[in-house]
Design a protein around this ligand. Structure first.
Ligand code: MLT
Length: 245
């Protein structure tokens, strides 16, 4: 098994991909499903998300209310105008989403999932909260290679995503032999040089931005390792939105 870490999304993923945007898209996506969401759609733009809610394309039938389609996402860490929710995992964890379809669009995380889905055979969303379960699922699904894709932030590498990739690498390497690339070696070094998950996330550039926005609780929530066994998996879909269940 080959293990590869891309510090930013960039290209060709012929096998199994773990997408990481730990602050906060992949953390929040897992919480939506834990709180009962029927599925997640990750759109390429906020406009497409608004269109999906109004069009009813994802309702269970013509009679289903558009209220069963909820929009969650952010720009600059703050909710997108017209959306039902921002991108806070703490807020999501206080809601009951039973039967709802959640349509997500965020600054970096949903875009990284789209890059992975363009060529990846199996695309899973990983965070610190589901890291062990995500590693186990990826190991079970992969044929020859597991790629860990760090979403980054506005085209720049993110310390928190690379740290999370290092945690995933440690789990994956404990589950069987794995040849690793330089990206994985960098992620492991970052992981081993950080004292704990909260220090890695709260000291990151985006962790500082979120704290300054009063969203420090999201950083603390996202830093709690392996509390969840739920791993969002991108379904094979014809449309550009990856449906995650
Ligand atoms: C992202 O897509 O980079 C994150 O979701 C940003 C955030 O939630 O603050």
């Amino acid at each position: 098994m080959r293990l590869r870490v891309d510090l930013l999304p960039h290209g060709d993923y012929p096998d199994t991909v773990l997408v990481v945007d730990v602050l906060r898209a992949t953390t929040t996506a897992g919480v939506y499903l834990e709180r009962g969401a029927r599925s997640l759609l990750l759109t390429a733009s906020p406009e497409r998300a608004l269109e999906l809610r109004s069009s009813g394309e994802n309702r269970e039938g013509p009679s289903e209310s558009s209220a069963n389609v909820l929009l969650g996402g952010e720009r600059g860490g703050l909710p997108i105008p017209g959306f039902d929710f921002g991108n806070s995992p703490v807020e999501a964890d206080s809601q009951n989403f039973t039967g709802k379809v959640i349509v997500m669009n965020t600054t970096n995380g949903t875009g990284a999932a789209h890059v992975a889905a363009a060529t990846g055979k199996r695309v899973l969303l990983a965070s610190l909260r589901n890291a062990h379960a995500a590693a186990r699922r990826a190991r079970a699904l992969a044929v020859e290679e597991i790629a860990i894709v760090c979403a980054g932030s506005n085209g720049r590498a993110s310390l928190e995503d690379i740290y999370t990739a290092g945690v995933l690498c440690e789990y994956l390497m404990s589950m069987g032999e794995a040849g690793i690339d330089d990206g994985a070696r960098i992620a492991l070094t970052v992981r081993r040089n950080a004292s704990d998950p909260l220090e890695a996330l709260s000291s990151s550039a985006h962790g500082v931005v979120l704290s300054r926005l009063g969203l420090g609780e999201d950083v603390r929530f996202s830093a709690r390792p392996s509390e969840s066994t739920l791993v969002p998996v991108l379904a094979e879909t014809q449309d550009t939105e990856g449906a995650l269940r």
